[in-house]
Write a protein that binds this ligand. Structure first.
Ligand code: HEM
Length: 139
């Protein structure tokens, strides 16, 4: 449980870095009319799906997931808000990637840009940053 939690916590930075890199690549490839796919889109997808897998295991083990204590902020956050928002973000990234593969030419990068950027905003909002007082740290 502890190893998984540390991995899940640290991987947030990998996810954020890959998403930022993918968004930046998508924007510049779209603007410069580049053809073809970019592997960074796939890597960002894999990183978020890894978070999903670890997160699912944590969800069934974590003492912070408890529906009888749902009126308390921390339990509500981990039992509902965190999972729900992260699932939406991961679906957006998956749909963005799948759709972009069907789009011809440089427009595929625009598709990635819109879906990944929206997902990034949701992920940033759903991370239990220390200043939100949800009992989690920076790592
Ligand atoms: C991109 C997606 C995700 C990111 C970046 C992310 C990030 C994080 C971070 C930073 C923490 C705090 C870790 C700590 O206290 O040190 C956390 C906790 C947690 N996450 Fe996620 N998460 C993601 C997706 C998910 C998903 C999809 C689930 C469930 C299906 C999930 C379930 C949990 C649970 C249950 C905890 C609390 C564990 C505990 O402290 O006992 N996460 N997550």
């Amino acid at each position: 449980m502890n190893i998984l939690l540390r991995a899940h916590s640290g991987l947030r930075y990998v996810v954020l870095a890959l998403l930022l890199a993918a968004i930046f690549t998508a924007y510049s490839s779209w603007k410069s009319n580049k053809q073809g796919d970019n592997k960074i889109y796939l890597f960002a997808l894999i990183a978020t799906h890894t978070q999903l897998l670890i997160g699912l295991v944590l969800y069934f083990m974590s003492p912070k997931v408890n529906f009888s204590l749902i009126s308390e902020k921390v339990f509500r956050f981990y039992s509902i808000e965190h999972v729900f928002m992260m699932l939406i973000a991961i679906v957006l990234i998956t749909v963005g990637r799948v759709r972009s593969k069907k789009v011809e030419g440089a427009d595929k990068h625009r598709t990635v840009l819109y879906f990944y950027a929206l997902a990034l905003i949701i992920i940033l909002a759903a991370i239990p940053w220390p200043f939100r007082n949800l009992g989690s740290g920076w790592f």
